[in-house]
Design a protein around this ligand. Structure first.
Ligand code: GLV
Length: 336
């Protein structure tokens, strides 16, 4: 009798995805979506060859050391700052993510937040619902122009490029960007985007969208001094990761009129949100939902599942983060 490898799914996911995994594995899943601490996660991981994670479970060196049979961690997210990838590589564990499939959906949401913040959609809706709308006024909830204004993008990977195209082609916006590496002239032309220094980006953007990955280097990439360099009329949108923006400094800038508005989908220490942000009207706050459409979430979950299936059944993965693990000699590979 062939014994199927065991895998763990750490959070509730689509039943179809559990069914797909069950064709290949003995699946232990958390369909009741309990919150596990690190010790509980380690306990549930015992004997498991693979784990399906979302961006909220931290897989670090302690977890890897405590789970010697674990061979692959498959994230249902494009971001993977919940993984200690160096520790995974050191220990011969493959990490995978879910790139590409959420690019357009996430770019749509970046634009939704930009429009909502700049044009004061949520603030004016709350006013109306609170029964405060008695008379029209010429300057009521007058916001910032979006079309034709300068769109800045910090981080120009796939999602940044998709946002640039929306701005350049849909809203007639001059687009400037800054990134660790400059795009080729061909891709810049397709995106309608011009490379500038970070200083110029901060100084010239009417609306600045953050789409860079989180790392030690990008921690507080937007803090008090960067906010001071931005136009007081500008909008800041963060759909990247909490921790890239210093939320306390941002709340202070928004409160004192040094920045007009912000749209935030991610927060330092989420799901806790800085109380100073909660008290402000000129910020639109959403609970990390930029990729949340059912078709996209399904595709992300299937991609994570297929990474597990591909690796544990055939030694291949669709989206490996540390592909060097795939070519480790047999004796250096973890065994299930
Ligand atoms: C969402 O934040 C993701 O990284 O996919």
């Amino acid at each position: 009798m062939i014994v199927k490898p065991e895998v763990l799914v750490t959070r509730a996911v689509f039943p179809e995805v559990i069914a797909r995994l069950s064709e290949h594995f003995q699946v232990d899943s958390n369909q009741s979506d309990e919150t596990w601490n690190k010790a509980e996660l380690i306990e549930r991981l015992q004997g498991k060859a693979g784990v399906f994670t979302t961006g909220s479970e931290r897989i670090d060196a302690d977890v890897l050391a405590a789970c010697p049979r674990l061979q692959i961690c498959a994230n249902m997210a494009v971001g993977y700052n919940n993984f200690d990838l160096d520790a995974m590589t050191d220990q011969g564990v493959l990490g995978t993510n879910a790139p590409d499939v959420l690019t357009q959906t996430t770019a749509d949401f970046g634009f939704a937040l930009l429009l909502a913040a700049a044009r004061r959609v949520c603030e004016s809706e709350h006013y109306l619902r609170a029964g405060q709308w008695r008379r029209w006024r010429y300057d009521m909830f007058a916001g910032a122009e979006v079309h034709g204004s300068t769109l800045g993008i910090l981080g120009m990977g796939r999602i940044g490029q998709a946002i640039a195209k929306r701005g350049a082609m849909g809203f007639d916006m001059p687009v400037v960007y800054h990134n660790r590496s400059r795009l080729t002239p061909e891709i810049e032309a397709i995106c309608g985007a011009r490379y500038v220094s970070k200083e110029e980006l901060l100084r010239t953007a009417d609306h600045l969208v953050l789409v860079l990955p989180y790392s030690h280097q990008s921690h507080h990439a937007i803090g008090a001094s960067e906010l001071d360099q931005m136009k007081a009329s500008a909008t800041l949108v963060n759909i990247a990761r909490g921790g890239i923006v210093d939320d306390a400094a941002l709340a202070d800038a928004l409160r004192h009129g040094r920045l007009a508005a912000a749209g935030l989908d991610v927060f330092e220490g989420e799901p806790t949100v800085h109380p100073a942000l909660l008290a402000l009207k000129n910020v639109v706050l959403t609970p990390h939902i930029a990729s949340a459409t059912m078709p996209t979430r399904m595709t992300m979950a299937i991609l994570a599942a297929d990474n597990l299936i591909g690796f544990l059944t055939a030694g291949q993965a669709i989206a490996p983060l540390n592909p060097q693990v795939l070519s480790l000699p047999q004796h250096a590979q973890r065994k299930g």
